[in-house]
Design a binder for this molecule. Structure first.
Ligand code: CO
Length: 208
């Protein structure tokens, strides 16, 4: 895909949108009221809106390597704050994906330079769940399970924030852990029981 092609595509896209609705871009410029905050991986194969069939204006998106929610990352924390407290989204989604290179790198003994502290957050997920993960002999299955458990732990990081705790308590917000399977195109809801998980850990993390 070359740069000239991108600008040519953009012209086609504008014409298609205006053909259906001449006011499309005027209306788009007025406001945004997305109901979903999507936190996903930067992986080029996992296109947030396209796999959900979502249109511009419907999803507030944050992507980084391996869909992480580190508690000290100002970028993801600002996105959560803005989406929950100002845009008042109804759902927060953390979407991981099988065959995630970030998760794979964290399973290997390799010096990745500047990526080391980022990937260490995934190694911490492994340490928290090593009892379960170490029982999985098949390496590919263990890798897939780590992808799922990483989603679960990043959802818990979402739930540690004051904005989310407030909205979650008022039942105006749901937190959802999903995995996208690149091999089949399927979006899988991990159906994580956060009420149950929170019962055990909320005494530690409650701040409101
Ligand atoms: Co990835």
């Amino acid at each position: 895909m070359n740069i000239d092609q991108i600008f040519a595509n953009n012209k086609v896209w504008i014409a298609e949108k205006l053909k259906v609705d001449p006011e499309y871009f005027n209306n788009l410029s007025l406001r945004q009221s997305p109901e979903i905050l999507y936190i996903g991986c930067s992986d080029s194969r996992v296109s947030a809106e396209e796999l959900m069939g979502a249109k511009p204006g419907e999803v507030f998106v944050h992507r980084n390597i391996a869909n992480m929610v580190p508690n000290t990352d100002l970028s993801v924390m600002s996105v959560i704050n803005y989406a929950v407290s100002y845009l008042k989204v109804k759902h927060v989604v953390v979407c991981g994906h099988y065959y995630c290179n970030g998760v794979k790198a964290a399973m290997q003994s390799q010096d990745m330079g500047i990526l080391n502290p980022w990937l260490r957050n995934i190694r911490d997920v492994y340490r928290i769940h090593h009892n379960e993960l170490d029982t999985i002999v098949d390496e590919e299955l263990r890798y897939k399970r780590l992808v799922e458990l990483n989603v679960q732990e990043q959802c818990i990081n979402v739930l540690k924030t004051a904005d989310v705790q407030k909205a979650y308590k008022e039942r105006t917000l749901t937190v959802n852990g999903w995995v996208f399977d690149i091999q089949t195109g399927q979006l899988i809801d991990l159906k994580i029981d956060f009420d149950k998980i929170l019962q055990k850990i909320m005494e530690i993390y409650r701040i409101i």
